[in-house]
Ligand binder design. Sequence first.
Ligand SMILES: Nc1ncnc2c1ncn2[C@@H]1O[C@H](COP(=O)(O)OP(=O)(O)OP(=O)(O)O)[C@@H](O)[C@H]1O
Ligand SMILES: [Mg+2]
Length: 236
Amino acid sequence: MTVALATFELTKRYIDGERRRVAVDAVSLSIDTGRLVALRGPSGSGKTTLLGLAGGMIAPTSGDVQLFGASIVHLRDAHRTTLRRERIGFVFQELALVPDMSLLENVLLPLVPTGGAGRAERERALALLARFGLQGREASRASRLSGGERQRGAQARALLRDPSILLLDEPTAHLDAKGAAEVVSLLAGLRDEGRTIVCATHDPRLANDPRVDHTWTMTDGRLMDPDAPRPEAPAC
Ligand SMILES: Nc1ncnc2c1ncn2[C@@H]1O[C@H](COP(=O)(O)OP(=O)(O)OP(=O)(O)O)[C@@H](O)[C@H]1O
Ligand SMILES: [Mg+2]
């Protein structure tokens, strides 16, 4: 089994005025390709920071992140950005949809830096929206969508470039039981296609779902799981 995502003694310290805070503290984990895993823990335990580090959005203070066996920490910024665009889909905790743009325009936004969408990309975006139960909502402004529709729209956007790894921050937050169940089913379906999916979540409806392959718990920046694989840090 190929390891899709691994971290090695990954640490992030923030300096906030006089205070220094270790948001992520020497986290080592390894996630095989085609797994759906959850990262749970109380507010402030470091879930969002760990997801940002794993996706190359946040630079670690120390430690390493590897995607498919290759470190992303020591890449030049431009190379890391390209790799992130190609391999990783990210759904932010606050979704980051532009309220005054239509849902379809929002889904096509990731293509703007590389020249915008052609016909094939528009068709792919429309097919993704249909898969996520958003057919007929393409032209609606994001601000007019329900919370569940926005969440599914943001997930469709993260899949536009067909990434092999999907990182989602609180994908079921603020959803009712039906909306949360729909999201968990969609994520399980994406996993069944071979994608690797990591969800930061407070939500037991996701973390305890039997379709989730593994759940880690974070407390004060540390990963609590005696059974979690602890890969050796690579030799320097
Ligand atoms: N940019 C930043 N600057 C300073 N401190 C930060 C920054 N981002 C996060 N932190 C701190 O790092 C810790 C971990 O934050 P993080 O957002 O990763 O937690 P979380 O588990 O995702 O919380 P929540 O469940 O509320 O989303 C918190 O104490 C937070 O205040
Ligand atoms: Mg968070």
